[in-house]
Design a binder for this molecule. Structure first.
Ligand SMILES: Nc1nc2c([nH]c(=O)n2[C@H]2C[C@H](O)[C@@H](COP(=O)(O)OP(=O)(O)OP(=O)(O)O)O2)c(=O)[nH]1
Length: 354
């Protein structure tokens, strides 16, 4: 029988969450010993959860044993959990972000510095490196780690544009969202626009998003997609069905572009996670636009995140005040149309009041 291991994994940041979201932080990675499973590859430090241990306690123990790092539970936040099947072993990686490991960064810590080779090493002699987010791609990780790295690069918020048959209205609405929110990506959904209008709008928005440090995800039929002006593609159920992608095993766009899919249940999740990088899970709550759809509720959302090996966004009536709830239920973040616009109204109101 295949071995199963439950592993607590820490993505260790040298600073506080605010710096992490602003991209001003480094992450600690370690090299697995050659004799280990997935040996010779880089990993995020961690190890097996022992019987009766909580994940947080297991992670604290492993980080102390492997690195001498004493971490407080207050500095830990769930990032993603990944059930993954290697040919010889199945793992459940429970990945947590561990913030504020600043003290630990000091390379003058005798125990962690190999003066002979001028290298940072762990307590078990494993090579360690602090890397920027963008440098993670230069290191080879086990296959299950793709989702961890994606989760680190994906934002906590995805704003979906509100449909209109007037591209200028969509343009100004997106510009407002970008003005009022940081760390947000835009998904351009505009079913009322024809191909030409959609493409022209998307090309304009691509520049605006990049100027604001955001990314633009096209939500349109696959045939309309233009790699040069997009950071990724979102496939709705209708568009994936029309392009025959509802049962596909191959990505329809290049690997360096983001692919997301709609997901309403576990069957759709299975299809999506064969090709997509992340899913938009809906409807978490009842919405006025889809009153006939059965809401998943947060516990139904968790049934999906528990089975997902890719990041999951909560969509459908979710509000910004539920960001933490979303994380606690295994989500990457919140996606929506109205939730970010409602916020804009509040911000505008606040600005007018002050
Ligand atoms: N710590 C850690 N393990 C990972 C990552 N990615 C990944 O697939 N794994 C896998 C490799 C192993 O099968 C398992 C971790 O188990 P482990 O390191 O406690 O145990 P091991 O069997 O490799 O080594 P040992 O402690 O038994 O000597 O999880 C990662 O980023 N960090």
């Amino acid at each position: 029988m295949k071995k199963f291991v439950h592993v607590a994994v820490g993505v260790i940041f040298d600073s506080a969450p605010e710096n992490v979201s602003a991209g001003k932080s480094k992450i600690l990675i370690a090299k697995r010993a050659d004799h280990q499973h997935q040996g010779g590859l880089w990993e995020f430090p961690g190890g097996k959860v022992e019987l009766g241990e909580s994940i947080q306690v297991a992670l604290q123990r492993e980080l102390e044993e492997e690195l001498g790092l004493q971490s407080s539970a207050d500095d830990m936040q769930p990032l993603i959990s990944i059930p993954f099947h290697y040919p010889d072993k199945s793992v459940l990686l429970d990945v947590w972000a561990v913030y504020n490991a600043t003290e630990f960064l000091k390379t003058d810590d005798i125990e962690l510095f190999d003066f002979k080779d001028s290298k940072l090493v762990g307590k078990e002699g494993q090579p360690l490196v602090w890397v920027e987010h963008s440098e993670l791609a230069n290191y080879e990780f086990p296959a299950a780690n793709k989702a961890i790295i994606d989760a680190l690069l994906l934002p906590p918020k995805i704003a979906i544009s509100q449909d209109s048959n007037n591209p200028d209205i969509i343009l100004s609405q997106v510009a407002n969202t970008l003005k009022n929110h940081s760390n947000i990506w835009i998904q351009l959904r505009a079913p009322s626009l024809g191909q030409l209008q959609y493409t022209q709008l998307a090309m304009k928005l691509y520049g605006i998003c990049h100027e604001a440090g955001s990314k633009l995800i096209w939500n349109c039929p696959l045939e309309w997609y233009q790699v040069a002006f997009a950071d990724g593609l979102h496939l709705s159920n209708k568009n994936s069905l029309n392009s025959g992608l509802d049962t596909a095993n191959e990505r329809p766009i290049p690997a360096n572009q983001w692919l997301s899919m709609a997901c309403h249940n576990l069957t759709e999740l299975e299809v999506a996670q064969n090709i997509a990088d992340y899913v938009l899970v809906s409807p978490v709550h009842e919405t006025t636009t889809h009153p006939q759809a059965n809401a998943l509720t947060w516990s139904g959302f968790k049934v999906i995140t528990d089975q997902a090996r890719i990041p999951c966004y909560a969509l459908g009536g979710v509000t910004m005040s539920e960001s933490q709830t979303c994380i606690q239920f295994g989500g990457q973040g919140i996606a929506g149309i109205r939730c970010f616009m409602a916020d804009e109204k509040n911000i505008t109101r606040k600005n007018n009041e002050s």
